[in-house]
Structure formats: structure tokens, C-alpha cells
Ligand binder design. Sequence first.
Ligand code: MLT
Length: 202
Amino acid sequence: MQHIFKAGTDTNKPVLLLLHGTGGNENDLLPLADIVDPSASVLSVRGNVLENGMPRFFKRLAEGVFDIEDLIFRTNELNQFLDDAAKEYKFDRNNIVAIGYSNGANIAASLLFHFADALKGAILHHPMVPRRGIDLPNLDGKNVFIAAGVNDPICPQHESVDLQALLEGAGATVEIKWENFGHQLTMSEVQAAKAWYESKFK
Ligand code: MLT
């Protein structure tokens, strides 16, 4: 997968896995990693699917309607890429914290839904429930932060509420930060994510 890896100054820190929104690329979220933890290594990945020229992490049939077969395929592909990247760049495969926005948050949530050990934790900006009606792996000890907008037309409130319940049901500890905005990523939610990250991973 097309990506950027930047070695951090503190290799004991989690590796921050950056996953962009629809139409973005591996450069988009680099400033977020700098805010959340400037000393951490960064692995920023470009989604392998193109929708009218816009990179995404998996196909969708319509807005908010996911192509589940492709979601599963792409989730496996990303998980395998993380295995390979950990070997290539010599970082701890069990110490990855994802930071995803929108479609990138959805594939990060899908990693949690399908693999017990894909991620150590995740910051999900404006996510949805990636898949319903499946048993989740045991997520004991995983920490997840969700930032959501009460007026988000793309990711309605109940998506974050359901996602929290499903992840908690599997054993994860989940915190939600609500913003009085829509789908946009705000600086205040990034600052809240940083405060949460520092409380969990420092
Ligand atoms: C998705 O397709 O993952 C969600 O609708 C969010 C987005 O627009 O990317």
C-alpha cells in the first residue's frame, strides 16, 4: 500500500497509523500526528480503492452503505500490510494506535471488529459502525476515543452511540467527545484526542 513512514524520536511510543477520509491521501493527517504525539513514529497509508478518482479504504454502494465483501477484503489487506510494515520498519506490531477520519475511521473500526490484535487503540474521528450482526473479537484492554458531531449528516449520532456499545460489549474502553458541528474535523476534537491519548499511552 502507498504510505509514508516517519521514525519517531521515542521508539517506546505507539506507532500512529494515519487513515485519511474519502478523497484524501497519506499526507492529510500528518499534522494530527504532530499534535497528538510529536515524538511517536508515524505510518500513514493511502486507501487502495478509487471512487471517481478519490482514494478510499474500501468500496461503498452508496453514501453510508458499505460493500461488505470489499470491506472484509480491504480490512485483511490493511492488517497484512501492518504485519509487513512492522517487519520492514522494525517496530512493535502490538503497539499501533490508529488515528482515522471518516472513511479512515471506519476501516480502523473494521480492524477492531475483525482482529483482536490489529490495534492497541484508536482515535476515530466521525466514524460509523463498519459492519453489523457479527461477533467481535475479545477487545479487553483496548482503548478507543470517538469524536463525533451532533449534526453530522454523513455519520449520524446513533452510529457513534452504537459503535461505542458494540466495542464496549467486546471489552474495549470507549470515550466519546461530542462536538456541536457536522462532519468536519475540528481542532477542539483533535485537542481532546491528544488529552485522551496522553492519559492512556504516556
Ligand atoms: C464511508 O463511506 O466510509 C463514510 O460514508 C464516510 C465517508 O464519506 O467517507
